[in-house]
Design a protein around this ligand. Sequence first.
Ligand code: BEZ
Length: 224
Amino acid sequence: MSLKALNIGDLFPNFEAQTNLGKIDFYDWMADSWAILFSHPADFTPVCTTELARVAQLIPEFQKRGIKPIALSCDTAESHNAWIEDIKSYGKLPSFDYPIIADDKRELAVKLNMLDKDELNAAGIPLTCRAVFVVDDKKKLRLSILYPATTGRNFDEILRVVDSLKLTQTKSVATPADWQPGGQCMVLPTVQAADVPQLFPDGVETIQVPSGKSYLRITAQPQN
Ligand code: BEZ
């Protein structure tokens, strides 16, 4: 049975699953890390192959941020292991070191609302869409994105979002459009003017706008 749609801030449900690296309990596998769970329509498909290779190439970037990737595809662990050889070949990877959940019965895909009713396999059964869930070390859902099967994800963007999530959970800032790590940030609207000097000793610039309201406050990215 599917869960009600998960919202940001909800406790992400624990689950047990078979993977190409053996059976896991999701929470135990996460331990104290964050996790990114990303689903795929099927093994041996072109866009999915590029995505799994890209994530494998980015493993050092995920490690730097304390976040463990785990993929999901609706095929068996044996199929995943055979496909991994293609992924390694395509991505010129010496090894492939993160798990792919074997959701061949689509139990997790149904539970987590990952099925795309418009994308059917040869037997007319819905495939999984390209879902992304970022789960933090308290097991809370921090980000969810759904892409259709025909659009591969940009994993540099997902790393950028993780950087923003980690920055904004401890500093009184939000990150603006197209922000990149090290770029200027916006002071949170909830920060009172009287608190600005203490919170932002390096200064804040307020952009003047026709409304006369002082809500566009820009500051350098606070240091960790
Ligand atoms: C792919 O991974 O290339 C793909 C899978 C299902 C539908 C469309 C594309």
